[in-house]
Design a protein around this ligand. Sequence first.
Ligand SMILES: NC(=O)C1=CN([C@@H]2O[C@H](COP(=O)(O)OP(=O)(O)OC[C@H]3O[C@@H](n4cnc5c(N)ncnc54)[C@H](OP(=O)(O)O)[C@@H]3O)[C@@H](O)[C@H]2O)C=CC1
Ligand SMILES: CC(C)CCC[C@@H](C)[C@H]1CC[C@H]2C3=C(CC[C@]12C)[C@@]1(C)CCC(=O)[C@@H](C)[C@@H]1CC3
Length: 335
Amino acid sequence: QRLLEDETERIHLCLGCRNMQRAEGARSALLHSHPSAQVDVLQVDTSSTTSVLRAAHEFRLRYNRLDYLYLNAGIMPNPQFDVKAFFRGLLSGQVISMLATGVGILTQKDSVTPDGFQEVFSTNLFGHFLLFRELEQVLCKGGLRSQLIWTSSSNAHRSAFSLQDVQHREGSQPYSSSKYASDLLSLALNTHYNQQGLYSSVTCPGFVMTNLTYRVFPLFPAFFWTLLMPVFWLIRLFTNTFTLTPYNGAESLFWLFKQKPESLDPYCKYHSLTSGLGNTYTEARKMDVDLNTSEALYEALLQLERDVRKKLEDQQKTYQSPKLWDNLEQSHTTA
Ligand SMILES: NC(=O)C1=CN([C@@H]2O[C@H](COP(=O)(O)OP(=O)(O)OC[C@H]3O[C@@H](n4cnc5c(N)ncnc54)[C@H](OP(=O)(O)O)[C@@H]3O)[C@@H](O)[C@H]2O)C=CC1
Ligand SMILES: CC(C)CCC[C@@H](C)[C@H]1CC[C@H]2C3=C(CC[C@]12C)[C@@]1(C)CCC(=O)[C@@H](C)[C@@H]1CC3
């Protein structure tokens, strides 16, 4: 919606969604407000490697150029709200930081996908990485610039992430770990791809009322959140991270669309913020990331990618099934 409202650009949108019914709903809503817009849909489930490879194949058949890839899909499954930690936080000097980041008051219960990956890691990070790798040829094309824009979070925290456990099999904060990993990966992608005209950035939409946040209290009806709105507007006087609406949350995603990518700082996260008076703006904040860790994560993801390709090739040989996508056998082993 924010992109289509920008009348200075004539854009062609492709919505990558796992649920086609919802995708068609989103498409119809966009066409209703922008009847002459070009909006396509493409089925993709970022938690499934075969779905990602199939979607990328379909994308390459349909289009020969991609300028912006918004990597937004994300989950925070089975969130557990730690009431004690919340009240401890309220009494401490850290209230604002706790409300802005949610660090320390939320844990999640993760599961394993049929591919054998942790679901949060696969959905929030690895599926996007694989999609990007598959779309490299349409992104890095003909000396033109292109941008990857990750929806990360201020919940991303170094303490939740471990290079020894990149999928976060062991801990109880897979969401924070996956978002910290996206911050690291973005830095590594800038190191490896800027020369080819590809730039990567991370954003945080702030605290937005969406299905993801409603699930924090699954037993409460939706109007519970509406009742809390005056409390949230009050909190907004003390922290600018309560953007609350998806429209406000998308501020930094749109802002990045308008920037020259080479002017962006690879060590910064771009935050959507809303002032006490309700004015929304974007602010760059330095991330707690370093080159060595980002490189190590990048290598680990490349290895996982090789494993996925090998497994699929073996499956195809065993069952002699026809190839579903054309460049599976292409070597992606060099980085
Ligand atoms: N809400 C907030 O306060 C914050 C959100 N974020 C991030 O913003 C992003 C959007 O979340 P938000 O809008 O809040 O949450 P929602 O749950 O409302 O939306 C998540 C979106 O991701 C899609 N999605 C989930 N899993 C997959 C998958 N496996 N394959 C393809 N699409 C998938 C969902 O599709 P479907 O419609 O089929 O469910 C949905 O459209 C996430 O990355 C989240 O981590 C970051 C900071 C704060
Ligand atoms: C009942 C109380 C009056 C209000 C409780 C509010 C909490 C449920 C929210 C306060 C800060 C919120 C928050 C998130 C989830 C819901 C809260 C903890 C996130 C963790 C959601 C996902 C993100 O990526 C973070 C940036 C959010 C940070 C703030």
